[in-house]
Design a protein around this ligand. Structure first.
Ligand code: SF4
Length: 269
């Protein structure tokens, strides 16, 4: 077992926390060259989840623990300036992105002025890279707030995480650090303009590929009614030991089941 795990992790890519507002563009399997926007403190992860597979490592700062991280976030003015200057520089270097992704060091919607920051992203995109799509990757924990939903809805795509359809499995994979109720996530997703669901699958010490877990996941997807489902497995070195990558053919079978049940596009990446 140990040998198997080590072999699997040896094949995975490391990831360093972004040290500023912009990171990339970096190649992605589905979005081409993606430019990341990190609204959270440089070099510090802040999240409402503590996912066993998180490429950013374990969560050390969470909203329930302390508010100290807020003072370390860039101000809204610094965000606006950084976007304008950064985008202008990328354009001058012929290094423009295919997509602009609001994500970064944890849960982006925790940024205290998230909705206003989204407007800055849109304005900079319109000025320097018109036509390039913008998106947010979120755990969805803040979607109960109207301002956060408005901010998400102003972007071209909203990708919300759903790693399990039952609370027990979800807690084992995502280790929520704030009160989290799946029924609320479903309801809040349905209040968005539209939503793409991203689901991570793993085997090993935590496994969400067993039939009961998959059936619960499919049931939740049917309730959420996303426009697209994306499934994936380990790609970067996780903080937890003993996880095992799900083979591509198994991911394809999961995606195929979701596509058949919901009648929507599904992708493995
Ligand atoms: S929600 Fe995203 S950033 Fe937060 S712990 Fe999970 S994978 Fe990491």
């Amino acid at each position: 077992m140990t040998e198997l795990v080590e072999t699997e992790y040896r094949d995975l890519k490391p990831w360093a926390l972004p040290g500023g507002l912009l990171y990339g563009p970096f190649p992605t399997r589905r979005k081409g060259r993606a430019l990341g926007v990190n609204l959270l403190p440089a070099g510090e992860k802040v999240c409402t989840f503590n996912c066993v597979y998180c490429q950013c490592g374990w969560t050390r700062s969470s909203p329930l623990k302390s508010d100290g991280w807020k003072a370390l976030c860039p101000s809204l003015d610094a965000v606006g300036r950084g976007l304008e200057e950064g985008f202008a520089g990328l354009l001058a270097d012929g290094n423009g992105p295919d997509a602009i992704v609001v994500s970064g060091n944890g849960e982006p919607t925790l940024y205290p002025e998230f909705e206003a920051a989204v407007e800055r992203v849109r304005a900079a995109r319109d000025r320097w890279f018109p036509g390039v799509r913008t998106m947010v990757l979120t755990a969805g924990t803040e979607l109960g707030r109207e301002d956060v939903r408005r901010g998400c809805d102003r972007l071209d795509e909203r990708c919300v995480k759903l790693d399990a359809g039952d609370a027990r499995t979800l807690k084992r994979i995502d280790l929520p650090l704030v009160p989290f109720v799946l029924d609320d996530l479903v309801a809040n997703c349905r209040r968005l303009r539209d939503v793409t669901i991203q689901s991570f699958f793993t085997r090993g010490v935590v496994d969400n590929t067993g039939e009961p877990a998959v059936v619960a996941w499919l049931d939740r997807l049917a309730e959420i009614r996303p426009i697209e489902v994306q499934v994936y497995s380990l790609d970067r070195v996780p903080p937890a030991k003993g996880l095992r990558k799900v083979p591509r053919e198994d991911l394809e079978a999961l995606a195929e089941r979701a596509g058949r049940r919901l009648g929507i596009p599904t992708h493995v990446y």
